[in-house]
Design a protein around this ligand. Structure first.
Ligand SMILES: C[C@H](O)[C@H](O)CC(=O)C(=O)O
Ligand SMILES: [Mg+2]
Length: 391
């Protein structure tokens, strides 16, 4: 391949749906009285949008090579991310060879340490990193999974996240992860309703189907431990993100106190190899980095190797194609998540719809990752984008 250099980096933003999958209008299961850290405040219990879960919006990073080829990626970072890309990070890319992925990542990370390390800065770095992989794949005419060493299995199998594990079973998924609806602030009555929902879903799906709970950072160690023990008789496979991400000590305690055989999982709001090192030391069973938030593919390779050396599985959070191209290359990522973005979680729809074209979805719970170059998706030209900053 002719050595190509990066000509220009552009950051645009999109409002509504897209990578900010919480920015839904109208009824959606994903915003219907889900337990969160904000459930402590009754006025913010019913809707996550009420406390601003959708304020960021989508960031689209495009990287153009000197021959006009454009790679892109999407993540949750909106205008803040667009500013970081245009005003700060672009300098580490423009004029560099497109293969300088490690150097570019390292310079983006080190140069933002004084205001970054986690959160929206790492989301943004992830977006740039993924766009670079997309560009390299397009220039080489290869899917990203080939750049990562090639697949270790022929197809992916998925569990589904949504309010209807019973429907997920009919659709061929291997399990269903449902949101926990009631937080500790909703007392014993809420606790009983949580257990009743699980029991009812177990009735509907039968004994052999995986059922999991996504607790979205809403619990404390005492409540999570009690809930885990009460859930055991209903065959809960794992309890996800029970605690706030900074409570590494709480995760260690929860892992020790949880019933034998029930998995403790977390990590979608964690970032970088150092954050995941701390998490791995707690003994959790599965780590769940979001590829668009944890530092991108470049960082995920390191996180995954670290997890492998601990004997821990890596099952990325959501992330659509950015997850699929990675998961298919790693033996310690035996299955993938599919986030049901259908309003009532009854049908399979593309996760980042309507922003991406050609976004693959599982059929009968399975997917052969397409061999289209890069991540194999295109931006939908009908979705309006803004470029709030330039450099
Ligand atoms: C359903 C959860 O509250 C969240 O919106 C998605 C998530 O954490 C997951 O897919 O995992
Ligand atoms: Mg989750």
């Amino acid at each position: 391949m002719t050595q190509r250099t990066i000509k220009e980096v552009r950051a645009t933003t999109v409002r509504g749906k897209g990578a900010d999958y919480h920015d839904q209008d109208g009824y959606h299961w994903i915003d219907d009285h889900i337990a969160t850290p904000m459930s402590a405040y009754p006025e913010f219990r019913q809707s996550r949008q009420s406390f601003g879960i959708n304020v960021l919006g989508t960031l689209v990073v495009e990287i153009e090579a000197d021959d006009g080829t454009v790679g892109f990626a999407v993540t949750t970072a909106g205008e803040i991310g667009a500013w970081i890309v245009e005003k700060h990070l672009a300098r580490f890319l423009e004029g560099r060879p497109v293969t300088d992925i490690e150097r570019i990542w390292d310079q983006m990370y080190r140069s933002t340490l004084y205001y970054g390390r986690r959160g929206v800065v790492l989301n943004t770095i992830s977006g740039v990193d993924l766009a670079l992989y997309d560009l390299l794949g397009r220039l080489r005419g290869e899917p990203v999974y080939a750049l990562l060493g090639g697949p270790v299995r022929d197809e992916l199998q998925f569990y589904a996240t949504g309010a209807r594990p019973d429907r997920a079973k009919e659709l061929g998924f291997i399990g269903g992860k449902m949101p926990l609806h009631f937080s500790p602030s909703e007392g014993q009555e809420g606790f009983a309703k949580n257990i009743a929902e699980l029991a009812e879903m177990r009735e509907r799906v039968g004994d052999d189907f995986w059922l999991m709970w996504d607790c979205w950072m809403s619990l404390d160690v005492e409540y999570a431990t009690r809930l885990a023990h009460a859930a055991q008789e209903h065959g809960l496979k794992w309890m996800e993100e029970a605690l706030i991400p900074d409570d590494y000590w709480g995760y260690a305690q929860l892992k020790q106190q949880a019933p034998a055989g029930m998995l403790i999982t977390t990590g979608e709001h964690e970032a970088t190899r150092w954050g995941f090192r701390q998490l791995l030391e707690t003994g959790v069973d599965i780590i769940q980095p979001d590829v668009g938030w944890c530092g991108g593919i470049t960082e995920l390779i390191k996180i995954s190797a670290l997890a492998d050396s601990h004997g821990t599985m890596v099952v990325p959070h959501g992330s659509s194609v950015y997850s699929y191209h990675f998961v298919v290359t790693r033996t310690n990522s035996p299955f993938a998540e599919f986030l049901m973005m259908h309003e009532t979680a009854e049908e399979v729809v593309p996760m980042f719809s309507p922003l991406l074209l050609n976004e693959p979805v599982p059929v009968n719970g399975r997917l052969v990752v397409p061999e289209t170059p890069g991540f194999g998706v295109e931006l939908n030209p009908e979705v309006p984008r803004d470029r709030p900053f330039t450099h």
